[in-house]
Design a protein around this ligand. Structure first.
Ligand SMILES: NC(=O)c1ccc[n+]([C@@H]2O[C@H](COP(=O)([O-])OP(=O)(O)OC[C@H]3O[C@@H](n4cnc5c(N)ncnc54)[C@H](OP(=O)(O)O)[C@@H]3O)[C@@H](O)[C@H]2O)c1
Length: 265
């Protein structure tokens, strides 16, 4: 795929906002596939799809973004020793990596108190430890390369714990804070990190759940992500936007009131 790689002389600042190549972590994700399709409409040419099921990722992206050149690679977020090697393989294939999108996640429907130690450990490693290790590898590689953007799919669920899904919420809180710190640490390196915080998205992850207020779909998250990417001042994007100020209020609610507002959803 290297001969399809973009011109390395293209100004790096522009590639951070208008990426030509991407590495997607968790590439079977409905949101990630929609982001790739939206990016393809904005000049993305080639992507490496890293997924536990690389063939499923290839099929999903071929359907959604047929013009995109892709290569699929088997990858598991829990195998942290392989993260650096994956980024290097992706760079070898793409020529350079302009964008890394991390879309790994596991919800666990309405799982809170019912989750035992093994399930909690698995969710923490899937949603936080594994992705954080991958972001570390991506950040280091992109700094060495001299440019690039990292997009992290966080969630408003991480902004305030709900009794019905505090395990998921706390893992997203951890990843969100990690990504914010990474974003600050990258200032001045030519590399940028954008945290995307959707509310409820109607995707495979939420199949069978009642949509929450302000629910969206993967295409809406994708459009908001690409719009935020194109603005170099943005380091956080709430989707829909209203959730940013709304959660500013939600975070200040006294706990008894929050328990009533959140209910069991
Ligand atoms: N849907 C929502 O309401 C919502 C809201 C806010 C934020 N988000 C976040 O957005 C991201 C994408 O979610 P989505 O809605 O697109 O859900 P999705 O379609 O279920 O995508 C989740 C992805 O995570 C991957 N994954 C899980 N465990 C993995 C592991 N050990 N190694 C590698 N990949 C692994 C899945 O791969 P497999 O195909 O192998 O399972 C899948 O590609 C997630 O981080 C999620 O937390 C979602």
């Amino acid at each position: 795929m290297a001969d399809l790689a973009p011109d390395p002389n293209e100004p790096h600042g522009s590639l951070n906002e208008h990426p030509r190549t991407a590495l997607v972590l968790g590439a079977t994700s409905d949101i990630a596939v929609a982001v790739l399709a939206e990016l393809a409409r904005h000049g993305l040419r080639a992507a490496v799809l890293a997924a536990r099921d690389p063939e499923a990722a290839a099929r999903a992206v071929a359907d959604a973004a047929p013009a995109l050149t892709t290569e699929s690679m088997a990858w598991d977020a829990l195998e942290v020793e392989g993260h650096r090697a994956l980024v290097e393989r992706a760079a070898g294939s793409l020529g350079q990596v302009d964008l890394v999108v991390c879309a790994v996640g596991l919800l666990g429907h309405h799982a809170g108190r019912t989750m035992g130690p093994v399930d909690v450990d698995h969710m923490v490693r899937t949603n936080f430890a594994g992705p954080a290790a991958a972001l570390a590898a991506a950040g280091q590689f992109l700094v060495e390369q001299g440019h690039g953007t990292i997009v992290v799919l966080s969630s408003v669920a991480g902004l305030r714990a709900r009794r019905s899904n505090y395990v998921y919420g706390s893992t997203k809180a951890g990843l969100d804070v990690f990504a914010q710190g990474l974003s600050d640490a990258l200032v001045g390196t030519g590399v940028r990190c954008l945290v995307v915080r959707p509310g409820f998205v109607r995707s495979r992850m939420t199949d069978g759940l009642d949509p929450a207020p302000f629910s969206t779909d993967p295409a809406t998250v994708a459009r908001a992500t690409v719009a935020a990417l194109q603005d170099p001042r943005r380091d956080v994007a709430s989707v829909p936007r209203v959730l940013g100020p709304l959660f500013g209020v939600v975070r200040a609610l006294p706990r008894p009131l929050w328990r009533r507002v959140a209910g069991d959803r």
